[in-house]
Design a protein around this ligand. Sequence first.
Ligand code: PGA
Length: 310
Amino acid sequence: MAYSLSQLRVFEAVAQYESYTRAAEKLFMTQPAVSMQIKQLEEDSGLALFERQGNKMMLTAIGKEVQHYAHRVLQAHNDLLGVMKELKGVKGGHLVISVATTANYFVTQLLAEFSRLHEGINITLDVTNRQALLDQLEHHEPDMVIMGEPPKGYGLQSERLMENPLVVIAAPHHSLLNHSTPIPLKVALAERFVIREKSSGTRSALERHLREHQVSFQQTLEMRSNESIKHAAEAGLGLGVVSLHTIQPELESGRLTILDVEHFPIQRYWHIVMRKGKRLSPIAQEFKRFVLKEAPRFVEEWQLPNRDKG
Ligand code: PGA
């Protein structure tokens, strides 16, 4: 039996989006062309790969097995294209990276510096939350990802980059600034907290931290971005919890302040994460080396202000 790479690409997209229509949109194909490719793949292989459940196309158990190998074939194919380009002496190359929304604050500065050093490279950067990053890694989309703690057992390899403290922020005239420090956690939690959405790494680290201290929020306001949380805290809507690496301009201009709350900051770490066994293109290898070496330097002035422990 034979299969083509384009059939595998279609198969992978339908498996990912559970829909012919969405897969067709993603691949710039028509919906009948997508369904025809799947039909042919099923006929040629003699395997039932999908079953319809309502309006969703779900992988069968056999389909899931095939998906695993299809990923590997497509990944190897991408690697081969990269190597061939390199052997042909094509300068520059294409870097595909995805980063946690929180990491974007320093990653864009790193990218600016990196592209000054490597003229002519093309970069695709996606900025999204933790869950979306894990989905992308599973589908072999980016060369690498910069995110918080990666989960264990996902077929991922990671390297720790640097510290990522999560701090409590407030408007500069917040009443808790008159409280003696450190402010007891329970006192802080009597306030409304503006927090990230459920799929965010910041949110899950925060919830885990509160569980460890056997306390919980009393009132929350959920927002999908660090920027909205910062604006909300600045406007006095509540206290926020964000990475220290997202608030440098606001700290410098005095629009936000860090509260010295008991058991804070939460100490997290940034990681460079990729699929195990991923073969990086030369430009991606270079970028990884650059980030490991330079990222700590970029944020080294972004330190926690000295605390008055009185
Ligand atoms: P996020 O990033 O809160 O934007 O998801 C942090 C992380 O990856 O843990």
